[in-house]
Design a protein around this ligand. Structure first.
Ligand code: NAD
Ligand code: LMR
Length: 327
């Protein structure tokens, strides 16, 4: 299992690369960034784990060397928010960064599972899909927008109502997209069931939808979530790797191109969105089956979903348009 981290020297990239280096399921770790990969690679290379590690900069065909033979490419490259910015404000810079990295995927490792972390995820994943389509190598089962941080936050924030000692034991499907009102936690589908007092529901939902802002504000200009994102990104990547290696029954919400995944057409029809995060069963080929949990939403959640559809459609079109008609 050769894993590439693209954006490996950044706030997410470094701790994510650390977790990948420590993971016994990873045989070969390849770090790519426009700066500082020699230092990050040298540092991580002293860790006595199985993964062989290499680092590359763009010079001397670095992207080709980093990406060739990769089974998985995880992309946390791009600028993060500062207070007062929306994720969509990052589009101007990050759209081009993701487009160019995905061109590299299409050229050097078209079979790889691609996990997009760079924001705005609601647009960068459609960008990735369009670039891969244009190159004739799009496999929707292998392209994932990483929305796991929303799931991790929901598990954490609901703990006060579950009484569970370990918050990760409560499964909360968080669906839709990855920004503000497009993030929809389906509390009614929690397993085991959770009783949330009605007067606390709005605040809890808002905290999941705007959890990213909480961190941006606390970091006060020094960026957005990095450590919790590295944890979440690794959690999702590890699940994909385990499924690829044959473990069955792994389900995790992720932002996928619905028409390309079994069960996705019905969800696309119901939501009006081609790209959407739903719990996806993972298998050796990647996304095996999208679970239609949308129709099980209660009336409160249906209202949240309506706002989600309204926002998400525009974000998706903006990404597709960026590739089809470059500015
Ligand atoms: P950062 O600035 O600390 O790191 C970004 C890294 O990307 C830097 O090392 C930079 O050199 C590198 N980079 C820039 N252009 C590149 C290119 N063309 N090729 C390779 N590397 C390149 O930022 P961060 O805090 O790590 O955040 C990275 C991105 O992840 C941001 O867009 C942020 O909004 C996003 N993010 C997403 C989630 C999520 O839930 N999906 C959560 C947190 C952050
Ligand atoms: C998050 O949810 O923490 C990330 O998307 C980063 C951000 O900009 O909020």
């Amino acid at each position: 299992m050769k894993v590439v981290v693209a954006g490996a020297s950044g706030g997410i990239g470094q701790p994510l690369s650390l977790l990948m280096k420590a993971c016994p399921l990873v045989d070969h770790l390849s770090l790519y960034d426009v700066v500082n990969t020699p230092g990050v690679t040298a540092d991580l290379s002293h860790i006595s784990s199985v993964a062989k590690i290499e680092g590359f900069l763009p010079k001397d065909d670095g992207m080709k060397k980093a990406f060739t033979g990769a089974d998985m490419v995880v992309i946390p490259a791009g600028i993060p928010r500062k207070p007062g910015m929306t994720r969509d404000d990052l589009f101007k810079i990050n759209a081009g960064i993701v487009r160019d990295l995905i061109k590299g995927v299409a050229e050097f490792c078209p079979e790889a599972y691609v996990l997009v972390i760079s924001n705005p995820v609601n647009s960068t994943v459609p960008i990735a899909a369009e670039v891969l389509k244009g190159a004739g190598v799009f496999n929707p089962k292998k392209l994932f927008g990483v929305t796991t941080l929303d799931v991790v936050r929901a598990e954490t924030f609901v703990q006060e109502y579950t009484g569970e000692k370990d918050p990760s034991k409560t499964v909360i499907p968080v669906i839709g997209g990855h920004s503000g009102e497009t993030i929809v936690p389906l509390w009614s589908q929690a397993k085991p069931a959770v009783k949330i007092p009605e007067d606390k529901l709005d605040a809890l939902t808002h905290r999941v939808q705007f959890g990213g802002d909480e961190v941006v504000k606390a970091k006060d200009g020094a960026g957005s979530a990095t450590l919790s994102m590295a944890y979440a990104g690794f959690r999702f990547a590890e699940k994909v790797i385990k499924a690829v290696k044959g473990e069955s029954g792994i389900v995790e919400p992720t932002f996928v191109y619905l028409p390309g995944v079994e069960g996705g057409d019905e969800i696309a029809k119901e939501t009006g969105c081609e790209f959407f995060s739903v719990p996806v069963e993972l298998g050796p080929e990647g996304a095996k089956k999208a679970h239609n949990i949308v129709s099980s939403a209660n009336d409160y959640e249906k209202k949240l979903l309506k706002a989600c559809y309204d926002g998400l459609g525009g974000n998706i079109s903006k990404g597709i348009e960026f590739v089809k008609n470059p500015p």
